[in-house]
Design a protein around this ligand. Structure first.
Ligand code: 5GP
Ligand code: ZN
Length: 114
């Protein structure tokens, strides 16, 4: 783990966050600066910089993230409209270099995104 990775620190519990769900592989927690009534971040505990760095070894992990999004959307009653997005790289808006998926819901979304 890179020593200064904030999401590794959240995954290990060293930095506190409002955790919605956790298992052996992933953590789901509330974004510090929410852009929707529900704005969660889904991360693997394993440090991966971004989707571009994933390999075939990560197929199970990536599938788990999508299924966690589905389950949590149901739990938080946003099943009728939610968005799951990962920003890959600076040009896409990635600011934290530990792969994460934003789960957003609870309001009407616009398309295309900015
Ligand atoms: P990105 O811009 O990389 O796609 O998204 C990073 C997200 O992480 C941002 O929405 C930001 O608000 C959130 N974030 C950054 N640092 C922390 C933190 O320490 N705790 C929490 N809960 N969220 C954070
Ligand atoms: Zn990390």
């Amino acid at each position: 783990m890179p020593p200064d990775c904030i999401f590794c620190k959240i995954a290990s519990g060293e930095v506190k966050s409002r955790i919605e769900h956790e298992d052996d592989d992933i953590v789901v927690f509330h974004d510090l600066n929410p852009h929707a009534p529900v704005h969660l971040l889904i991360i693997p505990k394993k440090h991966i910089g971004r989707l571009s760095e994933c390999s075939e070894d990560d197929v199970h992990l990536l599938g788990k993230i999508q299924l966690a999004a589905k389950k949590i959307a149901a739990k938080l009653n946003i099943e009728n409209g939610f968005r799951l997005v990962t920003n890959n790289g600076r040009n896409a808006g990635q600011s934290v270099d530990h792969i994460h998926y934003h789960l957003l819901g609870g309001r009407r979304m616009n398309w295309p995104p900015g």
